[in-house]
Design a protein around this ligand. Structure first.
Ligand code: NAD
Length: 306
């Protein structure tokens, strides 16, 4: 018995890297998988049906069930087709793993180097792409729930430490990527609230793994260990058990953000108030000059003490 026996799963960007590792493990755990992948290059250009098809073949060769889908998640109708493929092929949809993404790998570039086209592409693939798939899946689950069916569904979104953790001084913040990944966190928390009543849990992971994306952006960090017997922290397969656990219908967790680097799993919480000023009259600018400066100093002291 696998932890996902009979669950129907869509994995976006499932043809390579992290998505491939998730699709293989979820299938090995008993899920029926729609392997979505546009087959684009790292900058989001081009299309190739090869990656999705080859992961489907790997799953089938191991005795699992899978079908390919090569729509772009940025395409509203394409994302609808991808969700329908699950229902039409396997009769249902239980899990959406939103993973498709790109990374320009411009770790030495800066805000002023980002042009309009690259900004739009980055936001489209990550924010719109996650939303498109979520939106069509949510409609399916809402309709099932309203028709009296039992929904025990799970969405796993893919953010990045770049979306909320300060990077080292050597790197730029990759502002377009960071903004897109922070948007995915907001989407996760909001969708968890909205879809909870239909029986849908929504969580986000922020992985770190050796893929073509990270090998371009930070090859020294994700390199395989010299000793082949050592634990390979950045093998993408180290991230997938967390995705499988979040996907299983015995998992109760929703609205959470988990950072996974090898076997280290950290639970993150978003913005929380760390200080307050108040009075029952409008503030003057002069008062704020004193009180807000004091509040911010206190907040910085509290933050550095943690
Ligand atoms: P990858 O390039 O190996 O795989 C991404 C896959 O997504 C590719 O096969 C690509 O063809 C597909 N894809 C791209 N645009 C698509 C679209 N519009 N529609 C459908 N498929 C599309 O990269 P990866 O490192 O495995 O990244 C997977 C996810 O993990 C991304 O969202 C990435 O931002 C995130 N992530 C990765 C790391 C890391 O260390 N590798 C760290 C943080 C976050």
């Amino acid at each position: 018995m696998g932890s996902l026996d009979g669950r129907v799963v869509v994995v976006t960007g499932g043809g390579r890297g992290l998505g491939r590792a998730h699709a293989l493990l979820l299938a090995a755990e008993g899920a029926k998988v729609v392997v979505n992948d546009l087959g684009s290059d790292l900058d989001g250009f081009g299309a190739d049906p090869g990656p999705a098809q080859s992961v489907v073949e790997e799953i089938k060769a191991a005795g699992g069930e899978a079908v390919p889908n090569t729509d772009s998640v940025t395409d509203w109708e394409g994302a609808r087709r991808m969700i329908r493929a699950a229902v039409e092929t396997f009769g249902d949809l239980d899990v959406l793993v939103n993973n498709a993404g790109i990374g320009y790998g411009r770790q030495l570039s800066h805000l002023e180097d980002i042009d309009e086209a690259s900004w739009d592409t980055m936001i489209a693939i990550h924010v719109k792409g996650h939303f498109n798939a979520l939106r069509h899946a949510a409609e399916y689950w809402r309709d099932r729930s309203r028709a009296g069916g039992e929904v025990r569904a799970s969405v796993v979104n893919t953010s990045s430490p770049a979306g909320f953790v300060q990077l080292s001084e050597r790197q730029s913040t990759q502002l377009d990527y960071a903004v897109a990944k922070a948007g995915i966190l907001a989407m996760t928390i909001g969708a968890a609230v909205e879809l909870g009543p239909y029986g849908v849990r929504v969580n986000a992971i922020t992985p770190g793994a050796r893929t073509r994306m990270s090998e371009r952006a930070m090859p020294e960090v994700v390199a395989a260990p010299q000793d082949p017997a050592a634990f390979d922290r950045f093998d993408p397969a180290q991230v997938s058990p967390v995705v499988a656990w979040l996907a299983s219908d015995r998992c109760p967790v929703t609205g959470q953000v988990l950072k996974i680097f090898g076997s280290t799993i950290e639970l993150y919480r978003g913005w929380v108030p760390i200080g307050m000023i108040d009075k029952d009259r409008r503030w003057t600018v002069e008062e704020l000059d004193v009180e807000l400066n004091r509040l911010i100093e206190q907040g910085e002291r509290a933050g550095s003490a943690r």
